[in-house]
Design a protein around this ligand. Structure first.
Ligand SMILES: Cc1cc2nc3c(=O)[nH]c(=O)nc-3n(C[C@H](O)[C@H](O)[C@H](O)COP(=O)(O)OP(=O)(O)OC[C@H]3O[C@@H](n4cnc5c(N)ncnc54)[C@H](O)[C@@H]3O)c2cc1C
Length: 434
């Protein structure tokens, strides 16, 4: 199995290239093995190395550590979400449990950043749930009531306010929520690679091909080697299904995004010199759009069920057409050719937007499926699954385990039809906001 993420993402291209990349070549026996080195796996490894100072911990990734979805996302560390794919937030009590987890996620990332003195362009700017359609004001007003009941500071904004704050006349209505952070995801995931403990061995470009359980060990086969481990944590998120993990409870989605070059002084002044901002769409398939602190525009407006392992350049180019249209609709005055990089990334979804945090067997653990909140929740779940796998507990685990479990999904062929139809429907509903 080859996992080929394109390597065009600006967040990652801006980082220093890494040295000392080790590929798995020999057979190893270990106390702990973590598969997947995104926020989840890196955080699990960091925590395990703190708990078990004298044990052997191996972390393996199919590509470069931190350079999957974790290093190439839109950089919203969220305290609240409006659309979690296919469900609405009718059930306030359950929504509260969800936001409790988001709050813990933010706290965990903040602790990490403070402890390791990480610079990742952290900006507590809040965020906008916005729409180009006046009708969505009803949805936003209801959402505003619910958020206020739960104590989240928020305010409804009209076209005029939005034009001033965002530098575009595209949006007609929005809800601004004060909570939520914008950051540079590439810098954050790289800092987690750099923060791995002395007793963590990292192997990259080494995909796990298959795995099985024997009496006291889990046996993992890679191209030229085998790892025999006492305990394993799966942290492969969008690739859980391909490893046969919780297959009937999650499925991968491929997203694509583009980022422009920094706007020049004139271009920036033409749009009113707005401060850094982040917009999430009111409609599930609408665009996520960000103005970064260095005056670049990021847009993510496609989500599809695809083969999770790769997207060819030709396929990516087809999606870039939608990114260009999305930028033009919002900023018609900007030149046509300002996109600097475009990329794809794989995430994981569940039917009811619940995350996976589980012990599958005495020595097999899994965490994943964050539905657009993986920066905070992935970091939290990574640390907490390490605690759970060490047969310890925490207040955080109690809160995580209060949340509903993911619901069962139909077999793949039915699922594909169902999800594709649903995505098509949502895309149609969101077409004005792409
Ligand atoms: C374009 C885009 C925008 C997004 N925007 C946001 C956002 O604004 N805010 C937010 O919170 N979330 C966002 N997300 C989601 C977020 O990035 C993910 O939820 C998060 O990265 C999940 O972290 P993870 O460590 O669980 O998984 P990943 O970062 O996907 O890491 C999993 C790792 O497992 C590895 N792997 C897979 N299979 C194997 C195998 N067989 N053997 C070895 N290794 C394997 C992969 O190479 C990968 O590095 C976005 C995602 C994308 C793609």
């Amino acid at each position: 199995m080859e996992i080929l993420n394109d390597n065009y993402c600006s967040w990652l291209k801006d980082l220093e290239p890494r040295k000392n990349i080790k590929i798995l070549k020999t057979n190893i026996q270990t106390d702990w093995l973590i598969i997947g080195a995104g926020y989840t796996g890196l955080s699990a490894a960091r925590k395990l190395s703190q708990i078990h100072r004298n044990q052997k911990i191996i972390l393996v990734d199919a590509q470069l550590a931190g350079e999957g979805a974790s290093g190439r996302n839109s950089g919203y560390l969220v305290d609240s979400t409006l659309n979690d794919g296919f469900t609405s937030n009718k059930d306030l009590e359950n929504y509260k449990k969800k936001t409790d987890i988001y709050a813990l996620g933010i706290k965990t990332v903040k602790n990490f950043i403070n402890k390791y003195q990480v610079e990742c362009e952290w900006n507590e700017s809040g965020k906008y749930f916005a729409s180009s359609n006046f009708k969505d004001k009803i949805t936003l007003t209801n959402f505003s009531h619910n958020l206020s009941k739960l104590g989240f500071e928020n305010s409804l904004l009209d076209e005029k306010d939005l034009s001033k704050r965002l530098g575009t006349n595209f949006y007609k209505t929005a809800l601004y929520t004060k909570g939520g952070i914008l950051l540079n995801p590439g810098k954050l995931s790289r800092s987690m690679v750099n923060a791995l403990g002395y007793n963590v061995e990292l192997y990259e470009n080494s995909p796990l091909l298959n795995w099985s359980r024997s009496k006291d060990f889990v046996i993992c086969n890679f191209q030229n080697s085998q790892i025999k481990t006492k305990k394993i944590i799966f942290a492969t998120n969008g690739f859980l299904k391909s490893l046969g993990i919780k297959s009937n409870y999650n499925f991968p989605l491929t997203l694509t995004a583009s980022m422009t070059r920094p706007l020049n002084k004139k271009e920036y002044s033409d749009i009113g010199n707005p401060k850094e901002w982040g917009v999430l769409s009111v409609r599930p398939m609408g665009a996520t759009v960000r103005m970064t602190n260095d005056k670049r525009i990021l847009i993510r407006n496609t989500a599809e069920v695809l083969n999770p392992f790769q997207m060819t350049k030709t396929e990516l180019d087809k999606r870039v057409v939608f990114h260009k249209i999305g930028i033009k609709k919002r900023f018609p005055q900007l030149p046509n050719d300002i996109i600097e990089s475009s990329w794809s990334g794989v995430v994981s979804r569940t039917r009811n937007s619940s995350q996976i945090f589980e012990k599958l067997d005495d020595n097999v653990f899994v965490a994943g499926c964050y539905n657009g909140s993986g920066i905070g929740v992935g970091t939290l779940f990574g640390e907490q699954i390490a605690i759970k796998a060490s047969n310890e507990t925490s207040e955080e685990i109690k809160i995580i385990e209060k949340k509903k479990k993911p619901t069962w999904l139909p077999p793949t062929s039915f699922l594909d039809i169902g999800v594709k139809t649903r995505l098509m429907f949502e895309r149609l509903r969101s077409r004005s906001d792409i």
